[in-house]
Design a protein around this ligand. Structure first.
Ligand SMILES: [Zn+2]
Ligand SMILES: [Zn+2]
Length: 130
């Protein structure tokens, strides 16, 4: 089990291509959308392989996994600090850069939980849907 995990963490060629494809867009694609993009470079790759590799890349801290309130899992190749806004009409997810830093909010919260992070998502209507 331990060996297979070690093996699994390598940045294989397959993973590099998936990572590169994800980093080339700002659309925060779902695994299915990314599968369509990756397939043009690796026609024989399966959807399951793309899913599995995305999970590994996410656990390696190379991609960001977005699990939004709409229940749709999306992926982001941009690891810089930014927030997200989701269109309540079409589900499109956009980036918000330069928002006020709220990283100290966790220390100010009144809870007996041990906080491991937070997930702030804004909602709105995108320009195409307005
Ligand atoms: Zn929209
Ligand atoms: Zn983003």
């Amino acid at each position: 089990m331990k060996e297979s995990l070690g093996q699994d963490r390598r940045l294989t060629n397959q993973r590099k291509i998936i990572l590169k494809q994800l980093q080339s867009v700002t659309s925060h694609p779902t695994a299915d959308e990314l599968y369509d993009m990756v397939r043009q470079h690796m026609p024989r790759i399966s959807l399951g392989t793309v899913y599995r590799n995305l999970e590994v890349l996410s656990s390696l801290g190379l991609v960001r996994k977005l699990e939004n309130a709409a229940g749709q899992k999306r992926f982001d190749g941009d690891m810089s600090r930014h927030h997200h806004i989701r269109c309540t009409h079409c589900g499109k997810v956009g980036d918000i850069f330069g928002a006020p830093d709220i990283s100290d909010i966790e220390e100010k919260l009144d809870t007996d939980f041990v906080i491991s992070g937070h997930n702030l998502e804004f909602e709105g209507v995108c320009p195409q849907c307005q």
